[in-house]
Write a protein that binds this ligand. Structure first.
Ligand code: GLU
Length: 416
């Protein structure tokens, strides 16, 4: 049978496994298998060439029983509604896992940012808000950055929203630039949260990170910060890091800061001094203590799982591991930090940003990071202890805890 690669089907199968463990009422299980609301729009944009082009856009609000919906917006040429639905489901479980008072959502635009000018990207971002502004807002649904979007897009979106509603509303979106009410620490937060999980996993497994090696797939916001912080905070040797073109490898370990500066300068990691180029597939199979898939989904599959050679698999990307791969992983000694726990640092600091926006009072970096650390550390041990106690895989444990919380909120509201 062909391996399931549809992310939404994978998300549903994962939920089914947790529902079975929890003996979840069938009615509730059925409700949680589907998103609550799905919005679609066609964004008509006048391109730099003068021609008009239409881009499909989505916003999926998966569940809001625990609070306003929350989740990023991706710009990707291969975006599909099913992908957005899966990512919105994972946001629901992610917010519940770390205990922040949000439901889950996700947005997407089918476009290739690499082929768009800055003006075209601005038009798409503003058009996205014009299409969905009624359905977002500080108490309704709070977007944020994701793959190929950043503070720049958030600034355009905030500006468009405020123009429409006629007043300032910084808490309607997170991951904003500091000058528009963003939070210190938000930029690094997903990587920071991943590193906190790796730190705790290393304690759990009695691994000394100072004497350890790591390979990072992805050099975007998440991969870049994870690599940098692992090296800076713990002295972990980073053996390889990749972008979409190639992975650079050095048997002596590489200087992450310099490698990222090289990428910034010439647009790719390839050619960074003292490294050789390997493929993304080879990177995943390197013998390292910590492997961090921090790029796209469906990277760890039934085909390559048996060749993984790591002790800790820190899933910093959303959905990097297929269901079949999970099945193989649970029979190995690899300690898996499931995606919606591992990468929850981003949304946790988004929450701290939203809180600061609503107070109109802003914290210092140390304060933000220590709150993030507290939330992530607690979530890590909640999941790890639950998995240990019940002898179930980490992903099933994370799901069980999260689904229980969402189910409780639904029952209290009389929704189930
Ligand atoms: N896009 C990030 C994620 O997948 C952050 C979401 C947010 O900050 O709302 O977790």
């Amino acid at each position: 049978m062909a391996e399931e690669k549809n992310l939404f089907k994978i998300a549903q199968l994962q939920l089914d496994e947790a529902a079975k463990f929890l003996k979840l009422e069938p009615k509730l299980h059925k409700l949680l298998r589907e998103p609550m609301r799905v919005f679609k729009a066609n964004l008509k944009i006048k391109m730099d060439s003068g021609k008009t082009k239409t881009f499909s856009a989505f916003r999926v609000q998966y569940n809001d029983a625990r609070g306003p919906c929350k989740g990023g917006i991706r710009y990707h040429p291969e975006e599909t509604l099913d992908t957005v639905k899966a990512l919105a489901a994972w946001m629901t479980w992610k917010c519940a896992t770390v205990g922040i008072p949000y439901g889950g959502a996700k947005g997407g635009v089918v476009c290739n940012p690499k082929e768009l000018s800055i003006l075209e990207l601005e038009k798409i971002s503003r058009a996205y808000i014009r299409a969905f502004w009624k359905y977002v807002g500080p108490d309704i649904d709070v977007p944020a950055p994701d793959v190929y979007t950043s503070g720049r897009e958030m600034a355009w979106m905030l500006d468009e929203y405020e123009k429409i509603v006629g007043h300032k509303s910084p808490a309607m979106i997170t991951g904003k630039p500091l000058a528009l009410g963003g939070s210190l620490g938000r930029d690094a937060a997903t990587g920071y949260g991943t590193v906190i999980c790796i730190r705790e996993a290393a304690k759990h497994l009695k691994i000394d990170l100072k004497k350890s090696t790591a390979a990072i797939q992805g050099a975007g916001n998440v991969g870049g910060w994870t690599a940098k912080l692992l090296q800076e905070k713990f002295g972990t040797k980073i053996m390889a890091i990749s972008d979409s073109k190639c992975a650079i490898y050095s048997e002596n370990g590489l200087n992450v800061e310099k490698a990222l500066a090289h990428k910034e300068k010439i647009g790719q990691l390839h050619g960074f001094m003292g490294t050789k180029c390997i493929t993304n597939e080879q990177l995943l199979e390197l013998e390292v203590d910590v492997l961090v898939p921090a790029a796209m989904e469906n990277q760890i599959t039934k085909e390559n799982t048996r060749r993984l050679n790591c002790k800790i698999l820190a899933e910093a990307a959303n959905g990097p591991t297929t269901k079949e791969a999970d099945g193989i992983l649970k029979r190995t000694k690899i300690f898996q930090i499931p995606d919606f726990l591992c990468n929850a640092g981003g949304v946790t600091t988004s929450y701290l940003e939203w809180v600061q926006n609503r107070m109109g009072y802003y914290w210092k970096l140390d304060e933000v990071n220590s709150k993030l650390d507290e939330v992530m550390t607690k979530a890590f041990w909640d999941v790890t202890n639950f998995a240990g106690k019940n002898k179930i895989p980490m992903r099933v444990a994370a799901y069980a805890l999260a689904v229980q919380k969402v189910a409780e909120a639904m029952k209290l509201r009389g929704l189930a």
